[in-house]
Design a binder for this molecule. Sequence first.
Ligand code: TRP
Length: 339
Amino acid sequence: MRIFSGIQPTGRKHLGNFIGAIRQYVDGQARAVEADGLAIFCIVDLHAVTVAYDPVELRELTYDTAALLIAAGLDPARCILFRQSDVAEQTELCWLLASVTAHGDLNRMHQFKEKSEVQRELISAGLFFYPVLQAADVLAYRCDEVPVGEDQRQHIELMRDIAERFNARFADSNELLIAPQHRIPEVGARIMDLQDPDSKMSTTAAAQDGTVYVLDQPEMIQRKFNRAVTDSDDPPRIAVDPQKRGVSNLLEILAACEGVTPEEAAAELSGARGYGDLKAAVSEAVIEMLTPVRERYELLRGDEAALEQVLLRGADQARAIAAVTLGEVRSAMGVGPVT
Ligand code: TRP
């Protein structure tokens, strides 16, 4: 079993990122170690340059992200953690895979449409090409599993198509590149904004109080949950119900923290007097989950030299794998000398 995922070094990571992605990585690492497989995690700085960004900040955000991932439980001794730009093999593979990528497919990508709509100055060709680099990220390592959020479904389907088209066109077997499966978490894949439970939790939300950040102080977390939107059912009803978006979201968060289903979380609160009890229970569970992460982050983030060493060592390990795949792809495509 081989797992790969990529994470953007952008913005502050919020509870939705933590539950929907980062925790899946830690779980993937454990499963990979257990199965004698490999878990590979990549901080995708080259994807970050496809939209407007600040170069000095990008480097800071890359360290922030590395420190956060380690604080959350990724252990560089048990997984490969590296920075995308350190492994040039991935970028070269991106170009080679472009030859089996349909322009029309890239044109259909939701994320391209959404991101290009909000660009003020330039819609870069890089933004259009982004999914090809993402395909190269995963295919370079011949991974079978990609833990990602629901929003990445289309990108994973595209990389499967690219792998299959490549194998059909250039390889004798179906195995030169491996079409990976996505793995989308059942609970917590869609954490909604606390102030606007019809929208996903995000860093760009209108209301500041709707987004809980991984590095928020406990008092701040408590305040945000206290102010969370519920509903005016009288008597209050703590239940999972599509009509009750706010309450269902709080139950989803509680369930994700406790490792139970949202229905089980609701059953635990059957003696509650009202939504105040639900909010208190969620806020306590979230604080308990995030406090050790924040404390470890603060220690790790202070030592950039150590973080840099972790990333460079990870890149060496990653490159050793990617170089083999790239060599076979070049050879199958008739690129470069006979090897
Ligand atoms: N596009 C992904 C996101 O926005 C990040 C990413 C880049 C990724 N390369 C990847 C995810 C490879 C999974 C596999 O979240």
